[in-house]
Design a protein around this ligand. Structure first.
Ligand code: CTP
Length: 400
């Protein structure tokens, strides 16, 4: 899978350094060439010989102290890398990279590389949540540095919280994702809607649905990774949005409609993965509604605007419109009807009653329906589904 790929792995002095051994072992099994650079502190936790044995290559530690020509080594490794991974990445390493400090072999090579960089942060919760670390993280992400984790859990220092390095298998999955990226959406403006909308009933209650925003965010991330400039109109979502997207938060379907009308004309591709509430209460109660002593509660609902239909009516040439159809019955008939009614180029038909599909979960089972045909996809991760949708979008744009 990784044959011909050169991965440089930086290992810093966090206790998770031992897990980096498994990362090297997995990468080697997948056919990659791996060069390991360790910081001095890392060598106190894991012997360089372990990495040398796993990678079948010499390990670099210090810029000047070895007998070989290390002075040029940092440049040759920087240039050779298809991907530069640092696992674990300590708060110190992140701070140095954010500020361009190059005072050892690893930081020097990182500063010199033009390869994509993936960091797997690992540190104590207090260090991770420190304003300095979070600002450094944002600086690095804004420069396009990728991160995986950290996860939450029991930490070596005895604390429990965010800061655990992601598991080797997840780091390798992320490496695979980054190495297989395409740049076929370079220069395209893509708008994605994600998550549920919320319709207020009174100051403490609302109507909503089970959408998590995971599918929309996966599409947004995939489009960013393929070079697009991405805007996300985001409903009531409780997971972190992709850091390189422009995020516009909305509450109600009417808010989504308004935001969409403001942003849609300038987009090349619009993908509507949100689940906007179809109805809102006619009158939002200004105060908390009280119980009615056993009498039935009746809420009068009125229909919300259909955002996708409105976008379809404004569609201009060169625009590609994608919608979702979340169904529990008659999947393809309903999807076909929506494709026409909303003037879409592609509809992603989603039987949300199937196990492993739909709201909340990390996988999905979808069919891609266009005017010219149907492609049924098996159960796959939402990230993979996202790329398949974008592949179809690129194909549709090429055919037009
Ligand atoms: N959609 C929208 N505005 C709405 C409802 C849905 O823009 N008020 C969009 C969704 O984002 C999705 C597509 O339309 O891309 C289909 O959504 P879905 O809920 O499956 O269909 P509806 O049009 O609401 O039809 P129904 O609820 O009758 O199945």
């Amino acid at each position: 899978m990784f044959t011909g790929k050169n991965i440089v792995l930086g290992v810093t002095g966090g206790i998770a350094a031992y897990k980096a051994c498994e990362v090297v072992s997995r990468l080697k099994k997948l056919g990659a060439e791996v060069d390991v650079i360790m910081t001095e502190n890392a060598t106190k936790l894991v012997a360089p010989l372990t990495f040398e044995t796993l990678s079948c290559r010499p390990v670099c530690v210090d810029t000047f102290s070895r007998t070989e020509s290390w002075d040029v080594k940092h440049i040759s490794l920087a240039q050779k890398a298809d991907l530069f991974v640092v696992a674990p990445a300590t708060a110190n390493l992140m701070a140095k990279l954010a500020h361009g400090i190059a005072d050892d072999m690893l930081s020097t090579t990182l500063l010199a590389t033009k390869a994509p960089i993936l960091l797997a942060p690992a540190m104590n919760t207090g260090m991770w949540t420190a304003t300095a670390t979070q600002e450094n993280l944002r600086t690095l992400q804004n420069r396009g540095v990728h991160t995986v984790g950290p996860a939450s859990g029991f930490l070596a220092c005895g604390d429990t919280g965010a800061g655990r390095m992601s598991e080797p298998v997840q780091i390798v999955e992320e490496i695979q994702r980054l190495l297989t990226l395409k740049a076929d959406m370079d220069g395209l403006k893509v708008l994605v809607t994600a998550g549920p909308t919320v319709e207020r009933i009174d100051p403490v209650r609302y109507l909503t649905n089970d959408s998590s925003g995971k599918m929309g965010f996966a599409i947004a991330q995939a489009a960013i990774d393929r070079g697009a400039e991405v805007t996300v109109l985001c409903g009531n979502v409780h997971i972190s949005p992709p850091s390189q997207a422009k995020i516009v938060r909305v509450q109600s379907t009417q808010d989504l409609y308004d935001a969409m009308m403001k942003h849609c004309d300038e987009q090349d591709v619009i993908i509507q993965a949100a689940a906007p509430a179809d109805y809102r209460v006619k009158e939002i109660a200004p105060e908390k509604i009280k119980k009615q002593d056993g009498a039935a509660m009746v809420l009068e609902l009125v229909e919300n605007p259909d955002v996708a239909k409105a976008v379809g009516q404004r569609k201009h040439s060169g625009q590609t419109l994608v919608g979702f159809a979340a169904e529990t019955e008659n999947l393809l008939e309903n999807a076909e009807r929506k494709l026409t009614k909303k003037n879409l180029d592609l509809i992603v038909a989603n039987d949300v009653s199937q196990e492993g599909a739909g709201f909340g979960v990390d996988t999905n089972i979808v069919s891609l329906l266009t005017k010219n045909g149907l492609e049924q996809l098996p159960l796959m991760k939402k990230q993979e589904v996202a790329h398949r949708i974008l592949d179809k979008v690129i194909q549709l744009r090429a055919d037009n």
